[in-house]
Design a protein around this ligand. Structure first.
Ligand SMILES: Nc1ncnc2c1ncn2[C@@H]1O[C@H](COP(=O)(O)OP(=O)(O)O)[C@@H](O)[C@H]1O
Ligand SMILES: [Mg+2]
Length: 229
């Protein structure tokens, strides 16, 4: 079997998302969003709070389903995929980084990183990758520390490693620097971009921060449910 390297990592085609509003009227959050990303792409989507950035990211990562439109992840059309199939696709193909790191406090950095690898059985290769990535993000000597002993920036770097442990092709980041101070935030963006290059990841960052967005090669604005460049 040959691998078609020109295949997009993700294709969003005419995505709409409608929520029931407070008075029962339909609220159209996304009104026909299309976006294609290939390996190595770094894309930012900006827009004010409430414009639908998280909704878009969650649909891209198969955490949520669109009202209309097509999501194709790694060549697989998600329409009609079972919950079980979606969970497997998320686990293998997608890494998520959120504003809050969501590390489990009772586990060490290394143990937290290994959680997404549990369904695959873990093993020596996965542990070696975890140790390699923790070293890569400058936390080699902190891997046996629990989150309470790490700074906010260090916890976020552990969360990035956790997102990458299963070697996803797509890394989705939702306000990844939202809880970090300026210098730490900038260091985290450096790291995301380095990993984007080193691991040939497609990186999609949604953020209200113009300075974070400015670092991405491609930038879009989400406004009134539509993307514009
Ligand atoms: N599950 C939901 N049910 C109803 N409305 C929702 C739901 N999730 C988000 N919304 C609404 O959709 C809009 C976009 O939300 P969100 O995607 O979280 O925006 P952002 O991430 O840009 O701040 C907001 O008005 C929000 O209140
Ligand atoms: Mg959001």
């Amino acid at each position: 079997m040959t691998t078609d390297t020109t295949l997009p990592i993700i294709e969003l085609d005419g995505i709409t998302k409608t929520y029931p509003g407070p008075d029962g009227e339909a609220m159209d959050v996304l009104k026909g969003v299309s976006l294609v990303m290939a390996a190595g792409d770094a894309v930012a989507v900006t827009g004010p709070s409430g414009c639908g950035k998280s909704t878009l990211l969650n649909i891209a990562g198969a955490l949520d389903v669109p009202t209309r439109g097509r999501v194709v992840l790694g060549g697989e059309d998600l329409a009609g995929a079972s919950e079980r199939a979606l969970a497997a696709i998320r686990n293998r193909r997608v890494g998520f980084v959120f504003q809050l790191h969501h590390l489990l406090p009772q586990l060490t950095a290394l143990e937290n990183v290994l959680i997404p690898a549990l369904p695959g059985g873990g093993g020596a290769a996965v542990r070696a990758r975890a140790e390699h990535l923790l070293e890569r993000v400058g936390l080699a000597d902190r891997q046996h520390d629990r989150p309470s002993r790490l700074s906010g920036g260090e916890c976020q770097r552990v969360a990035v490693v956790r997102a990458l442990i299963n070697s996803p092709s797509l890394l989705l980041a939702d306000e990844p620097t939202g809880s970090l101070d300026g210098d730490t935030a900038s260091g985290l963006v450096d790291l995301l971009l380095d990993l984007n290059r080193e691991e040939e990841l497609a990186l999609l960052v949604v953020t209200h921060s113009e300075s974070v967005a400015a670092r991405m090669a491609r930038r879009y604005r989400l406004d009134h449910g539509q993307l514009s460049s």
